[in-house]
Design a protein around this ligand. Structure first.
Ligand code: SF4
Ligand code: SF4
Length: 584
């Protein structure tokens, strides 16, 4: 299941999302992209990068609006990054807006970040009491280094792609889920809506019934727009604030701050890794980092402050800076209170109910890969260009995707170009006409063997040379270049005659000349003409002679032959006139 979808008709087959997606959760079929739901981490990072805006995240605000209109009791769990959700609006302004939209109560999710961080710490020094709590929840083993489990992108990454690392994943709910669980335990009938910068939370919410809907900050904008862009602020209620430590949770390194752990940049016990590619690198060589205790892992590079669904375009660093400033400006508790501490930490321990899906279907073997590579003209290692134009990092990675039906052979651009070139070459080599293509500087871009033979330049490489190296008279080409209008005509070269057709290719700044050898045709026409003229001459002689005889006979008979002569002469004139017309 994924919360993302692609409007197929808007997809223009550019492979930008294939290139961008670190887990290659995009399938290209019939030239259109779609999301492979089970592979997608749901972070929505690819939504923004699509130049056609063909991707969209499931919008849940209309459902929430409906609940509001029906007067449902809805509690908002507001992600800690709300402190920097807007560049120019105070966090309190967002809280007030939410109250004014009709939400019953707005609470900071960060309150639960404190308990979640504490739960992770307890996993490191697991005492008998905690072991029993976990056993009750069906968890029998947690391996070090423990990987934090608050980011749904990381949980999905391990669940699907690195299932052998599941025992390292902390069996602890994320602050959102823990908060939702707590609120539902208080009053199961109320609705809980999480508001934050992350689309992957929508998928996480479906793992248990603690959260009824997840809205991104950009969806809150849509909700406000649906109210006519003006929400009259009716209340000014400050939510209960988490500790100042909990408020750091959305920044990379924030987990350690929340947990009160002093972690240096180069630390032999604790590590922070953010960004899917870096996590893939870490998880692929995990056995090499076994001496670590805990790894703070976040799918977005820089942490939740780099989430994909903030309404403004502030940089990660700007948000980080602002987060520090805004936390400083608020009066927050230094540490979490002891009241209910144990109980709340216990609430966060949870078997994460991972999908336990097998990951990708069976791997293709070397023979399968070789066959696919061969279909795109890759027979040796040198043929594998690994240029990345198809969106995959290597030709083999792409061949594997073709094997699974996620990619198409035609996505290999060098292969397609080669194929187009070889088709064009075959065509040029086999046509009986001479073809030359020049650019606007009269430089020859293409010639075929026929034209080289026509103009006695066989075996000479004229590509890149100027047209006058092929033709003595290039004035017709110059004329077409000037007027951009097609021209037809005849030219002579030695004892050969060619018919020419010269035309421009629009938008390409190219002129094409096609030449047909009509020498033989011309010769036949001339022979025919000569034959006709000779026949006419002979006919005239015969008529003259016959007329003389006829006149003599007519003189004896007293009759005239003038009429016969006029008729026969007219016949000759008509025939010779037709000839001239044909000669043009
Ligand atoms: S949301 Fe993330 S994982 Fe899913 S397709 Fe986009 S980039 Fe890939
Ligand atoms: S050569 Fe083709 S298959 Fe290989 S990486 Fe480049 S585009 Fe992809």
């Amino acid at each position: 299941m994924t919360v993302l979808k692609i409007k197929e008709t808007d997809c223009q087959d550019c492979y930008k999302c294939v290139r961008f997606c670190p887990v290659k959760a995009i399938k290209i079929k019939d030239g259109h992209a779609s999301i492979i739901g089970e592979r997608c981490l749901g972070d929505g990072g690819c939504v923004e990068i699509c130049p056609q805006k063909a991707k969209e995240v499931r919008q849940d605000w209309p459902v929430v609006k409906d609940w509001l209109e029906k007067g449902e009791e809805i509690i908002v769990s507001l992600a800690p990054s709300y402190l920097v959700a807007y560049r120019n609006k105070s966090p309190q302004n967002l809280v007030n807006t939410l109250y004014s939209l009709g939400f019953k109560k707005v609470e900071e999710t960060a309150i639960w970040a404190d308990y979640v961080a504490r739960a992770h710490q307890e996993l490191l020094t697991m005492d008998e009491k905690n072991k029993n709590i976990l056993r009750e929840k069906g968890i029998f083993r947690v391996k070090k280094p423990v990987i934090t489990s608050s980011c749904p992108g990381v949980v999905k990454l391990i669940d699907y792609y690195y299932p052998h690392l599941k025992e390292h994943l902390a069996p602890v709910l994320s602050p959102m889920m823990a908060h939702g669980k707590y609120l539902k335990e208080q009053a199961p009938e109320r609705k809980v809506v999480f508001v934050g910068p992350c689309a992957a939370k929508k998928e996480e919410a479906t793992r248990a019934g603690y959260i009824d809907a997840v809205l991104t900050f950009t969806e809150i904008q849509e909700l406000i727009k649906s109210e006519g862009n003006e929400v009259e602020v009716k209340q000014d209620i400050t939510p209960e604030l988490a500790t100042e430590k909990g408020a750091f949770f959305p920044a990379s390194g924030g987990f350690y701050k929340t947990a009160g752990l002093k972690v240096t940049e180069i630390d032999n016990k604790f590590l922070t890794v953010t960004g899917i590619e870096k996590l893939q690198e870490l998880f692929s060589s995990f056995e090499k980092v076994q001496n670590l205790e805990l790894i703070e892992a976040m799918a977005c590079e820089g942490g939740c402050l780099a989430g994909a669904f903030f309404p403004d375009s502030a940089s990660l660093w700007e948000r980080r800076q602002k987060l520090l400033e805004r936390i400083e400006q608020q009066e927050r508790k230094k540490i979490v209170g002891e009241q209910n501490l144990e109980q709340n930490v216990k609430l966060t321990f949870m078997n994460l109910n991972l999908d336990n899906k097998t990951n990708d279907p069976e791997e293709p073997d070397e023979e399968d890969i070789k066959k696919i590579l061969a279909k795109t003209g890759k027979y040796t290692e040198q043929d594998e260009l690994n240029c990345g134009a198809c969106g995959y990092n290597t030709c083999r990675e792409k061949a594997r995707a073709v094997y699974y039906g996620w990619a198409e052979l035609e996505m290999c651009l060098p292969y397609m170009r080669q194929r187009a070139e070889s088709l064009a070459n075959k065509f040029l080599e086999s046509v009986p006409n001479g073809v030359v293509v020049i650019d606007s500087t009269f430089t020859i871009q293409e010639v075929n063997p026929t034209i080289l033979e026509m103009f006695n330049r066989e075996g000479v490489n004229l590509i890149g040379k100027t047209l006058d190296e092929l033709l003595t008279d290039i004035s017709h080409f110059a004329e077409v270049m000037e007027t951009q209008i097609q021209k037809e005509g005849k030219i002579k070269h030695g004892d050969r005659v060619f018919e020419e057709l010269i035309f421009p290719i629009e938008d390409e700044d190219l002129i094409v000349g096609i030449f047909s050898d009509i020498t033989e045709m011309e010769k036949q026409r001339k022979d025919l003409k000569d034959l006709k003229q000779e026949t006419l001459l002979n006919a005239r002689k015969v008529i003259d002679k016959q007329m003389r005889v006829a006149q003599e006979i007519a003189g004896l008979l007293g009759e005239t032959t003038a009429e016969t002569k006029v008729t026969l002469s007219r016949l000759i004139d008509i025939i010779s006139g037709e000839e001239e017309k044909n000669d043009g």
